[in-house]
Design a protein. Structure first.
Length: 220
């Protein structure tokens, strides 16, 4: 791996190039913190368009609050989120989170995010069945305003294609590249991840990537 590939400065240069091309992304697209959390769970193994359809169904049924969703039978919840795929599994995961929220924090998101430091709260979230590192970090960053960088498939693909990480690098290893190489700033982490999503979905495609027009092409 070259000195260029090792330098933390490369991450800043990536960010500057992406921001210059795309501008601010206004991500995560949600009106409430709970909607962010639900979206983070529903987006597992599906695309955002399917999540939006499920979110609309929840809103139409007035089920997009912790209290309403907690009271909703799991079978009914699964039917509402059917567009997101794996809906029976995801309904159970939403219920698992809500059970935790009510049993530990009295159903209050304010108490949840004020209870502990980010690293401790992250461990709590990871103890919930169905909440993995990416989902936990999405909840902490976008709903809790905690400086936890989110690593997704787009991030991994971009880093691999630029020779920065190996194919089987662990989630935590990839995350440390950003948390150690950048200021631990919520707004920066928020914008950076959103810009990566934009780049990955439009240019760094799994098949037939559009490298020649990608804003990160000069760094290849």
């Amino acid at each position: 791996m070259s000195e260029k590939k090792n330098g933390n400065n490369l991450l800043i240069r990536f960010y500057d190039s992406l921001f210059e091309r795309f501008g601010p992304q206004q991500w995560w697209p949600a009106r409430t913190r709970f909607e962010v959390i639900v979206g983070a769970i529903l987006t597992q193994n599906t695309n955002w368009g399917n999540v939006e359809r499920a979110i609309r169904a929840l809103k139409k049924s007035k089920a997009l609050t912790p209290a309403k969703m907690f009271a909703l039978p799991t079978v009914k919840l699964a039917e509402l989120i059917r567009p997101s795929g794996y809906f029976n599994i995801k309904a159970k995961r939403l219920k698992n989170f809500l059970t935790y929220l009510y049993s530990v924090h009295g159903g209050s998101l304010n108490r949840l995010f004020a209870a502990k430091e980010g690293s401790e709260l992250r461990m709590e979230l990871l103890s919930i069945n169905g909440i993995g590192p990416e989902t936990a970090d999405s909840i902490l960053l976008y709903a809790g305003q905690k400086p936890e960088f989110v690593i997704d498939a787009y991030t991994r693909r971009i880093l691999q294609r630029h020779g920065i990480v190996k194919e089987k690098s662990a989630y935590e290893e990839l995350k440390r590249l950003f948390t150690a190489g950048l200021p631990r700033d919520v707004r920066l982490f928020n914008e950076y991840h959103a810009l990566i999503v934009k780049t990955g979905s439009e240019y760094c495609l799994a098949r037939r990537p559009k490298c020649e027009s990608c804003p990160l092409e000069p760094f290849l």
